[in-house]
Ligand binder design. Structure first.
Ligand SMILES: Nc1ncnc2c1ncn2[C@@H]1O[C@H](COP(=O)(O)OP(=O)(O)OP(=O)(O)O)[C@@H](O)[C@H]1O
Ligand SMILES: [Mg+2]
Length: 176
């Protein structure tokens, strides 16, 4: 009887490379939204992302954390990036295995010093009762946070969260 070793021990052939790629692709699921930078859209986007995350069978706490982080990033794009103008904000979500990546992109004013902006309690809008805690919340409620920004070009906030396994329902490999 032929006994197969672990996949890593098998020689790489074009055929098994394609099979491997197929497995990886089946294990991802994506959605994107583009919306106007109006305050009323913040609630809708937060709920849409939470609904998309249900495939991961999250706990209530995980959903609440995700919603808070998305809400902070979207609110920043609405009030800081575009100030009083109405422009487009894009959000891309990707589930990969038990992780979810969320990217929020604006083409607004940008951030001159990202490191400083990410410090807890740093805000450029204290007169609007802003507490400067948005990035601190994103950092606390997600597992990874990366911010790229260029003045006059815009800002991209990328976050990742790993979800615990509750009942195995988050396995996408059986999808049609
Ligand atoms: N998308 C963005 N475009 C331009 N500037 C931004 C953006 N996001 C954040 N900033 C800048 O980074 C600062 C810190 O953001 P953070 O979310 O931590 O605090 P805040 O929005 O000022 O206050 P809070 O989130 O507590 O209401 C903001 O005051 C703003 O100057
Ligand atoms: Mg904020």
């Amino acid at each position: 009887m032929a006994v197969e070793g672990p996949a890593a021990a098998r020689p790489e052939t074009p055929q098994n490379r394609e099979q491997r790629k197929g497995v990886i692709m089946e294990n991802t699921n994506e959605m994107s939204l583009e919306f106007d930078s109006r305050s009323l859209n913040e609630g809708f986007v937060r709920v849409a992302v939470a609904a998309f995350a249900t495939q991961l069978n999250p706990t209530l706490e995980e959903v609440a954390d995700l919603k808070t982080a998305v809400s902070e990033a979207v609110t920043n794009a609405i009030i800081h990036a575009y100030e009083k103008q109405v422009e487009k904000i894009r959000i891309d979500c990707r589930v990969r295995g038990r992780e979810m990546e969320v990217e929020i992109v604006d083409h607004g004013v940008g951030i001159p010093d990202v490191q400083k902006a990410m410090e807890p309690m740093y805000t450029t809008k204290p007169e609007m009762d802003r507490s400067g805690m948005g990035f601190a919340f994103m950092e606390a409620f997600m597992d990874e946070l990366r911010v790229k920004s260029e003045p006059g070009v815009g800002t991209t906030v990328w976050m990742k969260k790993k979800f615990g396994c509750q009942s195995g329902q988050n396995d996408l490999s059986g999808d049609a």
